[in-house]
Ligand binder design. Structure first.
Ligand code: FAD
Length: 455
């Protein structure tokens, strides 16, 4: 065995349990540099939104604590990741580099180039599957092409070998021997908002980090899984797992979630529905893997013919700020601004309202969610926006324009959710809707005729 240190490069996997790259470095036995690189410079890598930066600060603090419990140390560096990692290799005379895979286009290109360059220099470089249950290239149609429809995709996943069991956390207080390397001070990265500090609602709603993620998973399994299939559509109830940001940052691995749920198979319909939702996460990444520009380009090319009218900035701002005069839409947008999340049902309603009733290009809405969601990820966010807008993979048929009033009657019949976020709804203080729902629906359907003609 060589004594030359191992570098473990942490990315969207801010945990120590079920971390194949960390596991491999421990097995190798040499001293270790555990590094996170804040990369805001590499070409094509999308800069994090504000809510995501807030989360990252908390998550890195938690990861540093977790490594410390095994005598490890988290090293923080900033800059273009390939240059930073190569500099760290030179500085520490590392002999091996390990990481868990990423699936976005620019990230994959960077990782592939770096892997080759380091191997050419004689280093051991290994990457692992850790953040998806099924590697996107392993799930294919009978013709060998990627899937574009969820149901057969998920059927193919379910007939593939069962996802592996999670790996254990490092064993014991001295499982890691840290190698010497200087680190940035996390506070110098200015990830937290200060002027103004808008993160109070996020702090109230969330605790980033693996410990909180595991506690959340346990509570969800004990209290909500059994009724998940029915409860998941009711925005006033905390009936869903709220695991999405923890999964986004990899504080918890999908393998851990998968097997924890499988062990509760007795929870029948709830468990199976929940696993299907994890399947949607897999599908979003599958689609992104094969269409890396999902956040900027219509997945269905015929939507390039959609005649988006000139942007009406006041309407967009009213939507962002939850002042459209449509109670369910305003409730969702205010929940988002305040807490960094929004219930899935209401995400669909607000996205439909923006793209169809206000006829604002889905990319505008996607960008707003990117900036304000703590769970914003490069696959799920554009995938779902395109799903609602009609331009995406396995998308809702275009004519399915969500009616926010009917949705409220059905899923918030007593108005509990709306009253929580829009207490003035129904009083004189509350504005009239900024658009007529029926007229704008018809205008949207008329605009869609251009897409039909382009098919
Ligand atoms: P649960 O109902 O408990 O579901 C369990 C897990 O399954 C979630 O944590 C998530 O990882 C996954 N999941 C569930 N539904 C979906 C879905 N439709 N697509 C992908 N994964 C899913 N989810 C994100 O994680 N990041 C995003 O940036 C994101 N943007 C969205 C934008 C729009 C316009 C819409 C309509 C949905 C978006 N979603 C996104 C999907 C979904 O709303 C959230 O995953 C869900 O609300 C998170 O809450 P939960 O963890 O309680 O979900």
């Amino acid at each position: 065995m060589s004594d030359a240190p191992s570098i473990v490069w942490f990315r969207d996997d801010l945990r120590v349990a079920d971390h194949p790259a960390l596991h491999a470095a421990i097995e190798r036995g040499a001293p270790m540099v555990c590094v996170y690189v804040l990369d805001e410079e590499s070409r094509g890598i999308r800069p994090l939104g504000g809510a995501a930066r807030w989360w990252l600060h908390g998550s890195l603090t938690a990861l540093a604590d977790a490594l410390d419990q095994h005598s490890g140390r988290l090293v923080l560096r900033r800059g273009p990741a390939d240059r930073v990692i190569r500099a760290l290799v030179d500085e520490t005379r590392a002999g091996a580099v390990f990481w868990n895979r990423r699936y976005g286009g620019p990230e994959r290109d960077l990782d592939a180039r770096l892997k080759q360059a380091l191997r050419d220099d004689g280093l051991v470089v290994e990457s692992y599957a850790a953040n998806l249950l099924f590697e996107p290239w392993t799930i294919r149609t009978a013709q060998g092409t990627p899937f574009s429809v969820f149901t057969p995709f998920w059927r193919a996943c379910r007939s593939a070998p069962e996802p592996r069991h999670p790996l254990p956390a490092p064993n014991g207080a001295d499982a890691i021997t840290p190698a010497d390397a200087a680190t940035d001070d996390l506070d110098d990265w200015d990830l937290l908002p200060t002027h103004p500090d808008w993160a109070g609602g996020l702090r109230d709603a969330w605790t980033p980090g693996a410990d909180a993620a595991h506690a959340r998973l346990r509570d969800f399994l004990d209290d909500d899984l059994v009724d998940y299939a029915d409860g998941r559509d009711v925005p006033s109830e905390a009936a869903t797992s709220r695991l999405s940001p923890h999964l986004r940052w990899g504080e918890l691995s999908p393998y851990e979630v998968w097997h924890a749920v499988r062990e509760r198979r007795s929870d029948g319909a709830g468990a199976s529905r929940f696993l299907t939702e994890l399947g949607w996460r897999e599908f979003a990444w599958h689609v992104l893997f094969h269409a890396p520009d999902l956040a900027t380009r219509n997945w269905r090319a015929e939507f390039d013919a959609f005649p988006w009218p000139r942007l009406h900035p006041t309407a967009l701002r009213a939507w962002e700020e939850g002042r459209t005069g449509v109670p369910l839409v305003d409730a969702g947008m205010r929940e988002l601004w305040s807490t960094g999340t929004m219930h899935n049902r209401v995400r669909m309603v607000t996205a439909s309202f923006l793209t169809k009733n206000l006829l604002v290009d889905w990319r505008r809405g996607e960008q707003w969610f990117w900036d304000t969601l703590v769970d914003a990820d490069a696959a799920s966010n554009p995938f779902n926006w395109q799903w609602v807008a009609g331009s995406g993979a396995d998308a809702a048929p275009y004519f399915r324009v969500f009616n926010p009033e009917l949705q409220a009657t059905k899923f918030d019949p007593d108005g509990v959710y709306v009253k929580r976020w829009v207490p003035e709804a129904g009083t004189d203080e509350y504005p009239e809707p900024i658009v007529d729902l029926k007229e704008t629906r018809e205008a949207a359907l008329a605009a869609y005729e251009h897409v039909k003609a382009a098919r």
